[in-house]
Ligand binder design. Structure first.
Ligand code: NAP
Length: 314
């Protein structure tokens, strides 16, 4: 895995004295690894509800210390990041609230922002700022072993501070993510949830659906689905292997935006279905030409490598 040598960011002065991370999964352990290697916090304390995960984090030397409880981990912390499934953020915020110190910044990494803000805000003590974040980076793997320090390098991290949030708290949060190599953008939570519904949530739903359909067809095709799973289907199976708890929460908590995008998706699919049925090659060709240009735009923005480069560097 990547180490600090392969990082564009340099080790510098810590952004925070004490950083607390609740939830030692893919994202939490990646933040801890990056922040430790890059000296972004003086002390990094982690917590997880699962005893086996805490033990594994200690074995792997993730962060500086692993606390027994979330409340213990956040005591005296300057910056706290909730790295638990979206649906657990409210309960964790309630649990840690009495232990948060004045002037602390509470953040999270949830893939949905509106519902996290709604669930966390009622528990926020006076004098604690809320700066929600969403690193648009990940893999299909979960748990403390899955994390690596370069996960956020050259990836977007979207901050969605509610109106009126202390500007200095937003600036410090930005500094932390930029320190880990992310490109930071600030936007409203509602806008975030709509954008991510189409760029991330809908593609995951399609992958979960198509892989399930193919499995149902297995009985008919007698394992040929797996045997001939070249390119397209194989990519879907990778996405459909993503964490079931995390994705259940994403769909339950970004319901409105996902349903809106799903409606549009179904309308567009009907147009393609019709073109195939009536042999309308022109419509299909025009559509595929437009989508090819979108793919090239993503490569040009540096968010993905061209296929040829992937082949050279497996
Ligand atoms: P993960 O690898 O499954 O890790 C989540 C960890 O949080 C697990 O150890 C889990 O323990 C623990 N946890 C769950 N509920 C808890 C609670 N109430 N108190 C304390 N710990 C708790 O998940 P992840 O991929 O890191 O995702 C974490 C967050 O990052 C989610 O909100 C997700 O939306 C967001 N995110 C994920 C990705 C991605 O690609 N994976 C990308 C960007 C953002 P158990 O195993 O016992 O449940």
């Amino acid at each position: 895995m990547s180490s600090v040598e392969s990082f564009a960011p340099r080790r510098g002065e810590p952004v925070f004295g004490r950083l607390a991370i609740i939830g030692i999964g893919l994202i939490g352990s990646s933040i801890a690894r990056a922040a430790k290697e890059l000296n972004l916090a003086g002390t990094i304390v982690l917590a997880d509800r699962d005893e086996a995960v805490r033990r594994r984090a200690r074995e792997l030397g993730i962060g500086h210390a692993v606390a027994e409880t979330a409340a213990e981990a956040v005591r005296d912390a300057d910056h706290i990041i909730l790295c638990v499934p979206v649906g657990a953020c409210g309960a964790v915020a309630e649990e840690i609230a009495p232990a948060l110190k004045q002037g602390a910044i509470l953040s999270d990494v949830g893939s949905v922002k509106g519902s996290v803000i709604e669930a966390v805000t009622p528990h926020l003590p006076d004098g604690v700022a809320l700066v929600p974040a969403h690193p648009v980076a990940g893999t299909e793997n979960s748990g403390p072993d899955a994390g690596f320090p370069s996960l956020f390098l050259n990836r977007w991290c979207i901050l969605t501070p509610p109106e009126g949030t202390d500007a200095a708290a937003v600036a410090k949060t930005r500094q932390l993510w930029e320190g880990m190599g992310a490109i930071v953008e600030v936007m409203g939570a509602q806008h975030h949830d709509l954008v991510l519904a189409v760029t991330s949530h809908l593609p995951h739903l399609i992958a979960y659906n198509i892989v399930g359909t193919a499995e149902d067809l297995e009985a008919v095709t007698q394992s040929e689905v797996i045997k001939f799973s070249a390119g397209g289907f194989r990519d879907f199976t990778r996405i459909a292997a993503s964490d079931p708890t995390m994705w259940r929460d994403v769909f339950l908590h970004n319901k409105e935006a996902v349903l809106e995008m799903l409606g549009r998706f179904n309308e567009d699919l009907a147009i393609l279905t019709r073109a195939i049925r009536y042999g309308d090659g022109e419509t299909l060709h025009r559509h595929f030409t437009r989508t090819r240009a979108i793919r090239r735009g993503i490569v040009a923005l540096g968010q993905e490598k061209p296929e040829t480069e992937k082949l050279r560097k497996p």
